[in-house]
Design a protein around this ligand. Sequence first.
Ligand SMILES: Nc1ncnc2c1ncn2[C@@H]1O[C@H](COP(=O)(O)OP(=O)(O)O)[C@@H](O)[C@H]1O
Ligand SMILES: [Mg+2]
Length: 214
Amino acid sequence: MENKTSKVCGVSFNIVNELPQKVTNKLIRTVKTMKDSDYQGFEEVETILHYISGGVCGKIYDLGGDFILKINEFSWNDNTYDGDILRDLQGIPLIPKVYWYSDDNRFIVIQKINGRTVRDYFQSPFILKKQWVHIAFKEIAEKTVSMCLKRGWIVNDMHSGNCMIDYSGEFWIVDVGLFKKTGNHDYLAEHNLIELISESERIEVCNNMMAEAI
Ligand SMILES: Nc1ncnc2c1ncn2[C@@H]1O[C@H](COP(=O)(O)OP(=O)(O)O)[C@@H](O)[C@H]1O
Ligand SMILES: [Mg+2]
């Protein structure tokens, strides 16, 4: 695979998909702000980008257009490699596109999903543009699980805050940070192999929740 890279204020980025110049400029300003503040400058970032949400591992900002920026906050026992994982899984159903991400996986530009997390959807549902077809979703979810596995990844952590439904009614897995690497041959395999069956069960639970709600 072609491996395009770029340096932003001394930070190495992998370019999986190209970004519009306007978006790249905002990314550059943000990386500079974070670097200059020794990665503490989240408040300042909010003067550049609109804050969307804060998860366990990082903060999500709107980069404008169809792009979001995830900034991971690392701690000694808690590194996630969303960028590397997303790159491996490009083209698989339910997986968003990744654009630029830094080598250390601190900065990751991802396709923006216009919709709500499954959790928020349950609290305040919106009318879907197309009917939810339980059986069709189950098939796609199973395809996603098996395609991820073929590429060496086990779907994991698919709770309702990590899945979204967009306004057209499509389902997305927005947080792949805790997907698990099969085998234990590299640094991404720190989270051990888990039973695949539990993953199918998780998907089934998610699926049933969706089917009940719609
Ligand atoms: N691609 C995306 N498009 C739109 N919103 C997103 C996207 N990714 C994440 N979010 C929002 O940000 C929240 C936290 O993102 P997540 O990746 O789960 O962070 P964490 O790794 O900290 O759990 C999600 O619950 C969702 O509301
Ligand atoms: Mg999450």
